[in-house]
Design a protein around this ligand. Structure first.
Ligand SMILES: Nc1nc2c(ncn2[C@@H]2O[C@H](COP(=O)(O)OP(=O)(O)OP(=O)(O)O)[C@@H](O)[C@H]2O)c(=O)[nH]1
Ligand SMILES: [Mg+2]
Length: 409
């Protein structure tokens, strides 16, 4: 859900995984996020310039998010290749999604991305809810409806993550999910009984058996509470995936891949037409059109805890977290992505070896600069070693580039 703390949770979860000796690899699939508090190994913003998409295609923020995601999805096979190359080093791949649920769950590109990931590795969906904003029975039920729709759409194991428990306890919500009677009682006690609560009661009768069995974990991304339980739930979901979902996924994958291939071709054709200033070919049926939410949706819904949360996050920063981020920095894939929408090289785009080498050495030099600046701050022991490795790598790259240049001359 928008503003429920997905991005903050990514940071907290990856830090915690680092402490537990796991190596998370993070993909940021939100083109509109201004700042990510974690190291994104693959960042959609390195591939698609969202503001440029708004300008070039005359779109509002939500349309641009969707178009940027479409562009990213057309290149997702390359993203997966990058992930696969890291398979031996990495324990988990975490994907941070855009806030508007429609933009991901109900879009063709969201589906392509989810299915592509699920075709390569055990996959589960973390459905993050904002506890302080979900405490009325009606809101709770609409969230359960969302959870069921995600279940229906993705057919993947779902973990319901009840976030911001530092602000409000999640006991009621867990009780409502697990015990039908408790929820009915809450509805009876609801003083704002209206038409909506009658609808809510009917929905609970129909949906209870679907959501009652879902994994649910209360957490606070700000204080780190509940994260070990979340890691445990993710591990169980992976087993569940392998035992059940994978078989079904494999059976239907071929058909879906064929459809995805068609969508991808149609999307490429439209983009090509756009780039060449021709009228766009007709939209293939079944593919999602840009959603029409008002620009203010999302930002207006956000429960902003701002500074306090940032401070709290800093206070739960642990050794492993810092080391995980340093390790993440070593695996940043920015140069391999390139800005394809902006540079108009999207169709058939492939960076040349020289481009990759140049970008990598520029990156390494930038990493040195950043590392040296960071040295003022307290640098943990493990972090120091990793930084040393970055520096050595960068030095070697620079020396090699200089030697190559000299040899050429
Ligand atoms: N108190 C508290 N605030 C939180 C917690 N997690 C996130 N926040 C705050 O909630 C707001 C939204 O957090 P984000 O991580 O940006 O949420 P998001 O789901 O990624 O937002 P979108 O990507 O825009 O949908 C920020 O102000 C965070 O500081 C938490 O566990 N406790
Ligand atoms: Mg976010």
């Amino acid at each position: 859900m928008a503003g429920s703390g997905k991005t903050t949770l990514m940071r907290a979860l990856s830090d915690r995984m680092g402490v537990l000796g796991q190596v998370p690899y993070i993909i940021n699939a939100d083109p509109a996020v201004a700042h990510v508090p974690y190291v994104a190994n693959i960042d959609i913003r390195d591939a698609v310039n969202y503001k440029e998409v708004m300008k070039q295609y005359g779109l509002g923020p939500n349309g641009a998010i969707l178009t940027a995601l479409n562009l990213f999805a057309t290149k997702f096979d390359q993203v997966l290749e990058l992930c696969k190359r890291r398979a031996d080093e990495v324990s988990h791949v975490l994907v941070d999604t855009p806030g508007q649920i429609e933009a991901f769950t109900w879009s063709a590109s969201g589906q392509i991305i989810t299915e592509s990931v699920a075709s390569e590795m055990p996959t589960c969906v973390l459905f993050v809810l904002d506890v302080p904003r979900s405490r009325s029975p009606t809101t709770f039920m609409s969230n359960m409806l969302y959870a069921c729709s995600i279940l229906y759409k993705t057919r993947l194991p779902i973990v319901v993550v009840l976030n911001k428990t530092d602000v409000a306890k999640a006991d009621d919500l867990v009780g409502w999910m697990r015990d039908f009677e408790l929820f009915q009682k809450a509805l009876d006690d609801d003083r704002d009984a209206t038409y909506a609560s009658t609808l809510t009661r009917s929905m609970s009768l129909a949906l209870d058996e679907f959501y009652a069995g879902l994994e649910v974990v209360p957490v606070s991304a700000a204080t780190g509470d509940g994260l070990d339980a979340l890691v445990g739930a993710i591990t169980r979901a992976a087993t569940e995936f392998e035992e059940g979902y994978a078989l079904e996924a494999k059976a239907s994958l071929a058909a879906r891949q064929e459809q995805a291939e068609k969508d991808r071709a149609a999307s490429l054709a439209r983009l090509q037409a756009d780039v060449e200033g021709r009228p766009a070919p007709e939209q293939a049926s079944g593919e999602a059109a840009p959603i029409g939410l008002s620009d203010a949706a999302g930002s207006g819904l956000r429960t902003s805890m701002g500074r306090e949360v940032v401070d709290a996050l800093e206070s739960v920063r642990e050794e492993g977290g810092a080391a995980a981020r340093t390790r993440g920095e070593l695996m940043r894939e920015a140069p391999a992505l390139g800005v394809f929408a902006n540079g108009r090289r999207m169709p058939g785009w492939e960076p040349s070896d020289d481009e990759v080498a140049a970008a990598q050495s520029a990156e390494a030099v930038a990493a040195i600069g950043a590392a040296e600046e960071e040295e003022d701050e307290e640098v943990e022991e493990g972090e120091e070693e990793a930084l040393q490795a970055v520096r050595e790598m960068a030095r070697a790259m620079r020396d090699k580039a200089a030697a190559d240049k000299a040899a050429e001359a």
